[in-house]
Write a protein that binds this ligand. Structure first.
Ligand SMILES: [Zn+2]
Length: 323
């Protein structure tokens, strides 16, 4: 910027007169212009930076927000996972433990009932829609989990008391697997591969090679140990308290296993085989309660983990063939 181009207007002479600066004034003037430009440019820069990119403090907050949101999302999937595990335990509790110990199942809607009343999560509504929804969901589901765990603990406490108060009877209720093999086929209507049509399958089939040990599933007295038509060699045990168990297609009996023999839960009573009408070696196992067939998968609780129980349940529901 040259100073030579600067004039002032003289009102008396009505003409523009070039301004004569002294050297020192020129320097000060130039400097002032440069500083002013610098300040304006810097200001503009800051404005642009802060609106488009954000200040360092804002950037840090944004990163923190993102991290918190990601953590909330991962908490959410943990909650879903925990919820489904708890649901499995509740199923086991209702269908197996409570049913066998003669207690009423706890309805699922009661186990999962919300708190009701006023909305306890209203305070999340001040945030934007997606954040508020995620916070609400997390808080609500954590509260539900807490409630369900409380109900489940109470139920287990009840079961323990029921068991301790009836321990003599408990030894007479079938509670273990009759052989170590995996379950092959479940209870209910099944296609019979040899007969070639559907008929009720009154028990469970377990994989068992010829000679595999077969165990009494509860304390009792042998009622029958003989050949019985299509079931082949069987053992029928009377456990008292309304329970009887039957083990079929055996290849041999253990020494001393005959009508009238007392047996204990877990005692070996015979060897698996394929006697009678059987597609191959396996153990057919039945439980009768007060003269009626019941589903033995509910009576495996003493040595069956929740995972195994769910696997049995799946096999029972998907395998449509008996052996
Ligand atoms: Zn069978």
């Amino acid at each position: 910027m040259s100073l030579k181009n600067h004039y002032y207007y003289d009102e008396e002479t009505c003409e523009f007169i070039p301004i004569e600066y002294k050297r020192r004034e020129q320097i000060v003037y130039n400097l002032a212009i440069w500083i002013l430009n610098g300040v304006v440019l810097a200001g503009l820069g800051i404005i642009i930076l802060s609106t488009k990119i954000g200040t360092p403090a804002e950037l840090a907050l944004e990163a923190e927000n993102r991290a918190l949101y990601e953590q909330l999302e991962s908490t959410r999937s943990s909650i879903i996972d925990l919820d489904s595990k708890l649901r499995q335990i509740a199923e086991l509790d209702n269908e197996m433990y409570r049913s066998i110990l003669g207690m009423e199942p706890i309805p699922y809607d009661e186990r999962e009932a919300g708190a009701g009343g006023t909305d306890p999560y209203e305070h999340f509504d001040i945030y934007n829609e997606s954040t508020s929804a995620l916070l609400r969901w997390t808080a609500e589901n954590l509260d539900n989990l807490e409630r369900q765990i409380g109900i489940q603990s109470l139920s287990f406490e009840e079961l323990k008391n029921q068991y301790n108060n009836n321990s003599e009877a408990m030894r007479h209720i079938p509670a273990i697997k009759p052989t170590s093999g995996i379950m092959l086929s479940g209870f209910g209507m099944r296609y019979h591969p040899i007969l070639g049509y559907n008929r009720p399958h009154n028990g469970l089939d377990f994989r068992a090679d010829i000679g595999a040990p077969v165990y009494a599933t509860a304390d009792g007295v042998i009622k029958t140990a003989s050949r019985q038509g299509t079931l082949g060699r069987i053992v029928l045990i009377d456990h008292g308290y309304g329970y009887e168990t039957l083990y079929a297609h055996l290849s041999a009996y253990e020494d001393g296993i005959r009508a009238g023999t007392e047996v204990k839960r877990g005692q070996q009573i015979g060897k698996a085989g394929d006697s009678g009408l059987s597609e191959g070696p396996h153990l057919h196992y039945e439980i009768r309660f007060n003269g009626r067939y019941v589903d033995p998968k509910f009576y495996l609780f003493a040595d069956t983990s929740p995972e195994e129980y769910l696997l049995f349940k799946e096999i029972a529901e998907t395998n449509t063939k008996s052996f």
